[in-house]
Design a protein around this ligand. Structure first.
Ligand SMILES: [Zn+2]
Length: 272
């Protein structure tokens, strides 16, 4: 703006017009990305180091992310030690099958992913949402092929009032826009507030989450016979998504799959 002011005051009117036309033409050719760069220069979403592009991470932060890649257990989404071909089920899933059908997650819940999720959840900074959407699309492809409707794990309404947004709903909306599969945030409600799950065992979490979610009577026909993809930010023990899946299956859902940004595994179980 200062530059425009100086030039307007200095040179003859014709030169100013030409400079303005040139500047406007340049902006129009460069498009919205150029304008966005002028307003907010691109930085790494995790460490804020300057970058050449928006919605990405620097090389150092990328290296820190422990992406979950095939082969994985078809039920729990946890990595399998070797690929024997076909659909594989882990010993853990065979011994104690989850209520949901299949889970997938983008990455182990390591340091950089933890910081990014924390920003999304508590810091009111949603600038990683586009990157998260692309990651979820990639990790969720085998599930999305069968999905009729995408659903975020709902927050209790008091928690929603405190936080003003549901981080899972932000992820579900991004995934819906990228996959062109509709998201329906009203299929499930959190019928009661649940205590903090930190430090609890899987069984304790299962018990405290039992009956925490319900399908409203008005939405039961929208659930019956449908393949539903539940989206959450982090799967810790799976108790929350299991409680959601149980409510959806009781209302007649044909299939309930789960997709998350991060999965707490044996590699990341310290301080989940
Ligand atoms: Zn970085």
């Amino acid at each position: 703006m200062d530059q425009v002011g100086e030039r307007t005051g200095a040179g003859p009117a014709g030169a100013t017009d030409r400079w303005l036309r040139h500047a406007i033409g340049k902006l129009a050719r460069a498009g919205a990305g150029y304008l966005a760069d002028l307003v907010v220069p691109p930085v790494c979403l995790a460490c804020r180091k300057p970058l050449g592009v928006h919605d990405s991470l620097c090389a150092d932060c990328w290296r820190e992310i422990d992406f979950i890649r095939p082969p994985v257990c078809d039920r729990l989404g946890i990595p399998m030690p070797f690929d024997i071909g076909g659909v594989m089920i882990s010993a853990q899933a065979a011994a104690d099958p989850p209520v949901y059908d299949r889970a997938r997650a983008v990455a182990h819940f390591g340091s950089v992913v933890r910081d990014l999720v924390h920003q999304l959840k508590y810091a009111d900074r949603h600038d990683a949402r586009r990157l998260f959407g692309r990651w979820l699309l990639d990790a969720g492809l085998p599930l999305l092929q069968d999905t009729d409707v995408i659903l975020a794990v709902p927050l209790n309404r008091w928690r929603l009032l405190e936080r003003r947004f549901n981080q899972a709903a932000i992820l579900a909306a991004e995934l819906s826009a990228l996959s062109q599969i509709p998201a329906d945030p009203l299929l499930l409600v959190r019928s009661r507030r649940t205590p903090s799950q930190v430090g609890r065992t899987r069984d304790q979490r299962r018990r405290s989450m039992a009956g925490a979610f319900t399908v409203p009577a008005s939405r039961r026909t929208a659930v019956a016979g449908r393949n539903i993809l539940l989206v959450d930010d982090v799967i810790t023990t799976g108790a929350t998504v299991e409680a959601c899946a149980r409510a959806l299956k009781s209302a007649g859902a044909a299939r309930v799959d789960v997709l998350a940004l991060a999965l707490v595994t044996d590699r990341t179980r310290i301080n989940p």
